[in-house]
Design a protein around this ligand. Structure first.
Ligand code: HEM
Length: 180
């Protein structure tokens, strides 16, 4: 997985918990270095170990930890890829364009990058369905990212995010609706 995601996980743990929690987490996950380069790709197993141990240490479930981390990621992802964002987009538009714009760019940056496939069906101006597909089984992260986007666009009160399958499968369906 992309070094940026590791760096943001490190910052998430350091800011939501503390630096010593991060150090204990590295040790528990068998990692000697906690420095991740933005241009490098690191083994997915390291991410699973970090997230799994972080859940254990914080007492959250793996799904809850993924969701919280996904929500935390959004402002930084938006900042890093701001050139690709259109000013008129709000939460639902952003989700609709991720596959062909942001994730397409991530795939071009490095042949080893493999963001999930997000098949998005816009049901109406107020509703869409995301069909997430990834061997990484990180659908809960996607749920968190959607919540983070709603916050980012100041729509947290209007946006309802409902996973309609289990969140930890290779295929996850997420319904996103904006209340009028
Ligand atoms: C500004 C918008 C976005 C950017 C810049 C972005 C970028 C990225 C990057 C760099 C990765 C790591 C890929 C890799 O290491 O191979 C990633 C993974 C991921 N992205 Fe996005 N993303 C964006 C929006 C979204 C949205 C809207 C969703 C879901 C609705 C989403 C769901 C995920 C998930 C779940 C992963 C974890 C990897 C996996 O499950 O296979 N992303 N994204």
């Amino acid at each position: 997985m992309h070094g940026t995601i590791f760096t943001l996980l490190k910052r998430y743990v350091q800011t939501q918990y503390d630096h010593s929690t991060w150090l204990r987490l590295l040790e528990a996950s068998g990692l000697t270095s906690g420095d991740f380069d933005h241009k490098s790709v690191y083994p997915d197993e390291q991410m699973y170990a970090l997230v799994g141990n972080a859940a254990e240490m914080t007492g959250l479930s793996a799904n809850e930890l993924h969701e919280n981390f996904g929500e935390y990621l959004v402002p930084d992802l938006m900042y890093m890829y701001q050139k690709l964002l259109q000013p008129e987009w709000t939460t639902l538009d952003m989700i609709e364009h991720t596959e062909t714009t942001m994730h397409a760019q991530v795939r071009r940056e490095h042949t080893e990058n493999a963001p999930p496939v997000l098949n998005v069906t816009r049901i109406s101006p107020h509703e869409l369905v995301i069909d997430y597909v990834s061997k990484r089984r990180m659908g809960a992260l996607a749920v968190g990212i959607v919540r983070g986007l709603a916050k980012y666009y100041d729509e947290a009160d209007q946006i309802e995010v409902t996973p309609t399958t289990s969140e930890d499968g290779e295929e996850v369906r997420i319904r996103v609706r904006r209340k009028r």
